[in-house]
Design a protein around this ligand. Structure first.
Ligand SMILES: Nc1nc2c(ncn2[C@@H]2O[C@H](COP(=O)(O)O[C@H]3[C@@H](O)[C@H](n4cnc5c(=O)[nH]c(N)nc54)O[C@@H]3COP(=O)(O)O)[C@@H](O)[C@H]2O)c(=O)[nH]1
Length: 938
């Protein structure tokens, strides 16, 4: 009832007692039968006194005796009202039985309750059920009136528990402690959940009912779970409203946060970006809505942004109410993923190697292939992907080959070796090939197990090796045949070698011997003389060099012919050899010159003896073809060391002495004297110069120079006169006046002159090839050269061989030379003229030209001798001569060159006389080829 006595609630028994529902009715209505006011007073008094009394109720017109207990409502009701317990006394008797049954049922409940239930009065246990007794290890009876503190782990624990519990109960409420430590009789502890309520709220003395539930196992399990969670290497996180609420140590560690640091942060912060987070949300939340678990491998991010690959499992805490949040378990798979990636790449690489290998690769087990790469398929002609499960036997053309391979392989594998062999294999189309096999077991301890094989097609090598073997056999045959052949050839070669040696000996002999007489020549004589000088030096002895020239030999040669001359020379050689000792040397230098070298002869007597013997031996007439030839020598003798210490000097002095013998009347010998008389000296000098000029031509010591002939009108080069120079070693440049007369005298002017023409033509062509304008050459011809019968042929040959334009060649012949030979001269000049070359008369004015001839000569030009130019300004006579020459030239329509022009005055006068061309130092001296080229290049 509330404070106004209105029924708030009534149980079923009460409604049954009242015969109708009572809620909302006034309780006083039950007491109407009695004096209502009295009943109301009594009720209030009973409530405030919390007592019970006997009352008569008026229900449904009936009076019912009832026992009423009244009590104010507990504070928890929130109303100032009272509770009433009505006991129908009439029905009580009938209910005794029912009550007893209820009591028994309740006792059964207590006895079998799975929780401990105990009733206490302050400080003491009063009653308890068997479960509690079991929990603490006492009997129910033993616990009666026992001190409650004994049940607790410690006295302190009991006291704090007691204070806390009774403080709560004192407020009229119930008390609950989820985990409280208790002690068993044997001293062991257990944990229990305790709930308590006061029998009479707020009245401790009225006693307290305790329900004690052993939660030790649950607690242990929870602790274990907690430890598990805390120590898990996995990250475990609890989220609610998309914020991080809690995480285990693994979580903080995985994401790089300090413990508790990120609690409250948005979950998105664990993702690399918003989009990644939303992808997970989009995938996971629909699953959660269906009460399912989300699983995925996603990329997350550490606090510092480092990406983490993580396997994530998420599920709702309460699938029925998603507002409770979610549990997320994340496993860091970054390393595994990296390892997996590396593994995947390695596998791909291996696969690529496997697929692209140039060798066939197969894994074999139990006589069949497990895998084979593409090359393997290709080798054996299998379609792609069909190399698996192929019988190894089928890869061999016959059973013998296969058996042999098996046996060898088994032997190799058992010995721990790689099995390498070359075998004939067969393709699926039946074609065979040679394969090089290389196999080894996967596991050395299981040689009969799985094995790896490499196969290479070596048919080509096999065939090549076979071909090589055949070729080698063939070669061996050919080698033996060739060896036999060579043996024959070798014999021939030996003969050839002998012949070659003989030929070489002949060549050597020819090089050092005179071909006509077989005597040593100049070179061998020089060598022998040198050796004899060394020997004489060593031994302190002397030696004699005797130079012989046959008197008037040229006469015999010219009159009786070369054959007679040759015979005579050979006879002289034989006689000389006959009269001297074998240790002496007889040599022929050329022509009619001989030298006898007499080692050991030093005194005049010894030399005279030899000289006399020679004169005597040559004195006897020589008979040849009916002629009796008389010959005598002129002998020059010089002695080492008195007359010279080297070969050259001794030869020259012997030569000089020979000239003395000639001068002394021939057919005698003379010893070398330091002083010679003038004629002998001249003859000797002439002889020496001739000898040197011969050497000069052979050694290339001659050199043409070029002096320009200028056009008076244009003052440009009209032609170049070719003037010979001799670059004589140790003498410098020798001018032609010093050697041309000698060349003319001894006839050498013919070969030297021919050389000059050839060299000048070659030079002109070289200048033209170098791009210079062609300039005519004026080449001197001496009288003797001009009269030589081979001149015209020689000039023609030079023109042909050098390719020079004949118009560019002009020959200068002295006036004297022209006048010497009359008609013959005319003939030669005509021939030269017909070849297209020009002719001019040199040194004009110094000879005595016949005007009749002059008119007939095909000359174009005359050169006024420089003797008339030199004094031109001073000498009226020379001016008159020059004027006359100019008049003559004009009348004969000849061009005129004035040579030796050294001054402008001379030039001016010559211009006045109408001279067209001038030559002289006023313009240029004779220049070497390089200077002349520069002049022409201008
Ligand atoms: N048969 C051959 N005779 C030849 C050849 N080379 C030259 N000679 C003849 O030798 C003579 C001397 O010649 P060289 O000493 O060269 O003298 C020549 C000029 O250098 C000289 N000359 C020219 N201008 C002047 C000058 O102004 N003053 C001066 N004092 N001398 C000068 O004159 C010589 C040329 O003379 P020429 O030949 O008459 O034109 C000489 O007679 C040459 O002919 C050869 O290869 N073969």
């Amino acid at each position: 009832c509330d404070a106004a006595g209105m029924v708030i609630a009534a149980n079923a028994a009460m409604s049954a007692l009242a015969g109708e529902p009572l809620a909302g009715r006034s309780l006083l209505d039950l007491f109407r039968g009695a004096a209502a006011q009295q009943a109301a007073d009594e009720l209030r008094a009973a409530v405030s006194a919390e007592r019970h009394w006997r009352a008569t109720l008026s229900v449904g017109g009936k009076a019912i005796a009832a026992d009423v207990r009244a009590k104010p409502l507990p504070a928890g009701w929130g109303l100032p009202g009272a509770s009433f317990v009505f006991t129908d006394l009439g029905a009580l008797e009938n209910g005794q039985e029912a009550l007893r049954k209820t009591m028994l049922e309740q006792q059964a409940i207590l006895d079998h309750a799975p929780v401990g239930i105990v009733f206490t009065k302050p400080g003491l246990l009063k009653e308890c059920n068997p479960r509690l007794a079991e929990m603490v290890g006492y009997s129910v009876d033993e616990l009666a009136d026992r001190d409650a503190g004994e049940m607790f782990a410690t006295l302190d624990a009991y006291q704090s528990f007691r204070d806390e519990a009774f403080a709560a109960l004192a407020k009229g409420g119930s008390y609950e402690n989820p985990e409280c430590p208790f002690r068993r009789r044997d001293g062991s502890l257990f944990w229990a959940r305790v709930r308590a309520s006061a029998v009479v709220p707020g009245e401790r003395e009225a006693g307290t009912i305790w329900i004690i539930e052993d939660v030790s196992e649950t607690r242990e399990a929870r602790r274990e779970l907690q430890a598990l969670v805390n120590n898990a290497s996995l990250a475990i996180m609890f989220t609610r409203e998309q914020r991080i609420r809690r995480g285990n140590a693994g979580f903080f560690e995985m994401f790089g946060y300090a413990v508790g640091e990120c609690e409250g942060l948005p979950v998105a912060c664990l993702h690399p970006d918003r989009a990644a987070f939303e992808r997970v949300v989009a995938e996971a939340y629909p699953l959660f809505a269906e009460g399912r678990t989300y699983q995925g491998e996603v990329q997350l991010a550490k606090k510092d942004g480092t990406p983490i690959w993580s396997k994530v499992i998420g599920y709702p805490v309460n699938p029925d109410d998603l507002s409770h949040g979610y549990v997320w378990i994340a496993e860091d798979r970054t390393r595994q993923r990296r390892d997996e990636q590396a593994l995947r790449e390695a596998l791909q690489e291996n696969q690529a190697i496997f697929d692209t290998a140039v060798l066939g690769i197969a894994v074999v087990e139990n006589g069949h292939t497990l895998h084979g790469n593409r090359k393997m398929e290709e080798l054996f002609g299998h379609a792609p992907g069909t190399m698996t499960g192929v019988s190894i036997r089928s890869l061999y053309p016959d059973v013998e080959g296969w058996q042999a391979a098996r046996l060898d392989t088994a032997r190799d594998f058992a010995a721990g070796r790689v099995s390498v062999s070359e075998r004939l294999l067969v393709r699926s189309d039946g074609a065979t090939f040679w394969g090089r096999l290389s196999g080894r077991p996967f596991d050395q301890d299981d040689p009969g197990g799985r094995s790896l094989w490499l196969v290479d097609d070596v048919t080509a090598q096999h065939e090549a090796a076979e071909a090589v073997r055949r070729a080698r056999d063939e070669l061996e045959l050919r080698v033996s045949a060739r060896t036999a052949e060579l043996a024959g050839a070798n014999a021939l070669l030996q003969d050839e070698i002998v012949e070659r040696r003989q030929a070489e000996a002949r060549v050597h002999h020819m090089a050092y011997h005179d071909s006509l007489t077989g005597l040593p020549n100049r070179a061998l004589l020089a060598d022998r003389l040198q050796q004899a000088i060394h020997a004489a030096q060593r031994n302190g002895t002397r030696l004699a060099v005797m130079f012989l020239d046959l008197d008037r030999f040229k006469n015999i040669n010219d009159s009786l012919g070369h054959a007679t001359g040759d015979y005579l020379l050979k006879e002289v050689a034989a006689r000389l050899c006959h009269v001297v000792r074998a240790s002496d040397t007889v040599a022929r230098l050329g022509g009619d010159e001989f030298v006898v070298l007499v080692p050991g002869a030093g005194t005049q007597e010894e030399c005279s003896q030899v000289g006399d013997k020679i004169i005597e031996a040559l004195g006897a007439p020589v008979r040849f073809e009916g002629h009796s030839l008389h010959i005598s020598p002129s002998i020059g003798i010089c002695v080492y060391p008195d007359d010279g210490a080297d070969v050259d000097l001794l030869m020259r002095h012997a030569d000089a002495a020979m000239y003395q013998a000639k001068a002394a009347g021939r057919n005698n010998y003379q010893f070398f004297k330091e002083r010679m008389d003038g004629e002998v000296a001249r003859a000797f000098a002439m002889h020496a110069l001739e000898s040197n000029l011969r050497q000069a031509l052979a050694n290339g010591e001659f050199e043409p120079f070029y002096q320009p002939i200028m056009d008076m009108r244009t003052r440009r080069v009209h032609a170049l006169e070719v003037l010979l120079r001799w670059r004589r070693p140790e003498h410098g440049l020798v001018m032609p006046d010093d050697f041309i007369p000698t060349l003319e005298e001894n006839g050498m002017i013919v070969p030297v002159g021919e050389w000059v023409i050839r060299r000048a033509c070659e030079q002109s062509m070289a200048w033209q090839r170098a791009g210079l304008a062609p300039v005519p050459l004026a080449i001197n011809l001496s009288a003797r050269q001009f009269m030589h019968r081979a001149l015209v042929a020689s000039i023609k040959r030079i023109v042909d061989e050098t390719g020079i334009d004949p118009q560019l060649v002009e020959f200068e012949i002295t006036e004297t030379a022209l006048m010497q030979h009359g008609e013959q001269t005319l003939e030669i000049l005509d021939q030269i003229n017909r070849m297209g070359m020009r002719l001019s008369i040199d040194d004009f004015g110094t000879g005595y030209s016949s005007l009749a001839y002059l008119k007939r000569f095909p000359v174009r030009k005359i050169k006024i001798d420089r003797a008339f130019i030199r004094e031109l300004e001073a000498s009226s006579e020379d001016r008159a001569i020059v004027a006359a020459v100019m008049a003559l030239a004009n009348s004969l329509q000849l061009q005129v060159v004035a040579e030796g022009v050294e001054t402008e005055e001379q030039l001016a006068l010559l211009r006045d006389y109408g001279c067209q061309y001038v030559q002289g130092w006023l313009f240029a001296r004779a220049l070497d080829a390089e200077a002349a080229r520069e002049l022409l290049a201008g």
